[in-house]
Ligand binder design. Structure first.
Ligand code: MG
Length: 389
């Protein structure tokens, strides 16, 4: 199979959408454009390498956004889009890909199918771009702003990305353009045409919109919100008893204590309750069904993997976690001082912002098993948004 690379360009200033961050760092549906754009390629089965191109001043931000993602180390863009693409191509040269897709981070909705068709088209023709027909009548205007001509809309197409090329040919064309002082190409197809390549066209996607203005962002947010309209709430409950030991693990955080929680895994009641809450929202069994306590491989296991598993089930269904709420019931240890570390850890495991994770604690007024200090209970709810099926 041909090695396919993707260059995702996110090196623009992009302030027209409002706010003080470039638009690639603005979120739609809780996910930044850049992360969404990168994920489309990371998750595409035929794409082997994903090369982000960013501004040097954004490096820290990009690193935190791409943590745990299977992307190459970011390279720095140039003054123009063309220079940024070239930087990405140069960085990929040593890996020798056969096909390269060039994509703008400002188009966060490219589908898996579009990416697949882009690769197929480039394998066939060496240079291919996605495009849409025009339904409006198209006019050319003169310098006074008056109509100079009515164009034949049947011969007009609106062009998108990802644009797909044979890698060596595109790299060569970029180097030649630079050597000849041409730095004004606004897309790679224009540069490829200039270099003498024949560029073929395949069907773009109406949903693969480019986000530039404040209105574009509002529209995209509305589309996303409607698409994930199947809102589910799941609940989870877990209990573990105290036994001998010197710490408990709650929400993945080690808390020194004169006892430990006993159980087959690390007995993290908080992560177990959260895992069940997410599985509950998906109506997808419970933690015991997916990780049987009779299975020796989960002995002493870190409960991170249980929560990550449930989070992955949400992702696999194209959904996202909107909110997690956890209540820990015990007389001791004290939870409050560890709350924010727990929230941060849970947020990281769930791939969501810390502002979507609540951790609360209560005693049971010395009543019941928690009141007698025999163990810890945890209740959780998860709000999950899924696409309508
Ligand atoms: Mg448990």
């Amino acid at each position: 199979m041909a090695l396919v690379a993707a260059v995702v360009v996110a090196a623009g200033q992009g302030l027209r959408a409002g706010g003080d961050l470039p638009k690639q760092f603005r979120a739609i549906g809780g996910e930044t454009l850049l992360r969404r754009a990168l994920l489309s390629f990371v998750e595409a089965p035929k794409v082997g390498l994903v090369q982000p191109v960013v501004r040097s001043e954004d490096l820290m931000l990009v690193r935190s956004l791409t943590g745990g993602m299977d992307v190459l180390a970011p390279v720095f863009g140039g003054a123009t889009r063309q220079a940024s693409v070239r930087a990405g191509l140069e960085a990929l040269e040593k890996r020798n890909p056969e096909i390269v897709l060039v994509h703008d981070a400002a188009r966060p909705f490219a589908s898996a199918n579009l990416i697949e068709r882009a690769i197929e088209a480039a394998e066939k023709t060496g240079a291919a771009i996605p495009a849409l027909p025009v339904s409006d009548t198209v006019k050319r205007i003169d310098e006074t702003g008056n109509v100079a001509a009515t164009l034949d809309r049947n011969s007009i197409r609106l062009v998108q990305t990802p644009q797909a090329f044979a890698f060596p040919a595109l790299l060569e064309a970029h180097r030649r353009a630079m050597a000849q002082g041409r730095n004004d190409f606004t897309d790679d197809a224009a540069l490829a045409e200039w270099a003498g390549m024949t560029v073929s066209v395949f069907a773009g996607e109406p949903g693969n919109i480019k986000l530039t203005t404040r209105e574009d962002f509002a529209r995209a947010e509305a589309i996303q919100s409607a698409a994930l309209g199947d809102v589910r709430t799941g609940s989870g409950l877990d209990v573990h008893a105290f036994g001998p030991g010197d710490h408990v693990t709650l929400g993945g955080i080690r808390i020194p204590y004169r006892q430990a929680l006993t159980g087959h895994s690390d007995a993290d009641v908080a992560l177990h309750a959260l895992t069940d809450a997410i599985l509950g929202a998906l109506a997808d069994g419970d933690i015991g069904a997916h990780f049987p306590p009779t299975d020796p491989q989960w002995r002493g296991a870190s409960s991170d993997r249980f929560l990550s598993f449930a989070v992955e089930r949400v992702r696999a269904r194209g959904g996202r976690i909107a909110h997690l709420d956890l209540t820990i019931v015990c007389e001791a240890p004290r939870i409050g001082e560890h709350r924010d570390r727990m929230r941060a850890n849970i947020a990281k495991l769930a791939g969501i912002g810390i502002d979507r994770v609540a951790v609360k604690a209560t005693t049971s007024e010395k009543l019941g098993f928690t009141g007698r200090g025999e163990g810890i209970a945890a209740h959780a709810t998860a709000t999950v948004r899924l696409p309508w099926d």
